[in-house]
Unconditional design. Structure first.
Length: 72
């Protein structure tokens, strides 16, 4: 997997709330705690079907939400 993009602050919260396939569609409680959002995806050489993983972090760097979405 590779890190595709990292969002911070208000942009991270906006992206965290966005519905699939453009975001993970996290519930409002997770969105409100999100300070950083990472988007990771499988690469061409990774086995199996393609997918993206959205990981939301709070201000202290703790993971507060993770969601896997099939495809890119």
């Amino acid at each position: 997997m590779k890190l595709d993009v990292k969002f911070e602050g208000g942009r991270a919260r906006k992206q965290a709330a966005a519905p699939p396939p453009f975001g993970p569609g996290f519930i409002p409680e997770i969105v409100s705690m999100t300070e950083t959002l990472e988007v990771r995806s499988t690469g061409v050489n990774d086995p199996g079907p393609d997918y993206c993983v959205f990981r939301a972090f709070d201000a202290e760097g703790h993971i507060v939400g993770t969601k896997r979405i099939n495809g890119y």
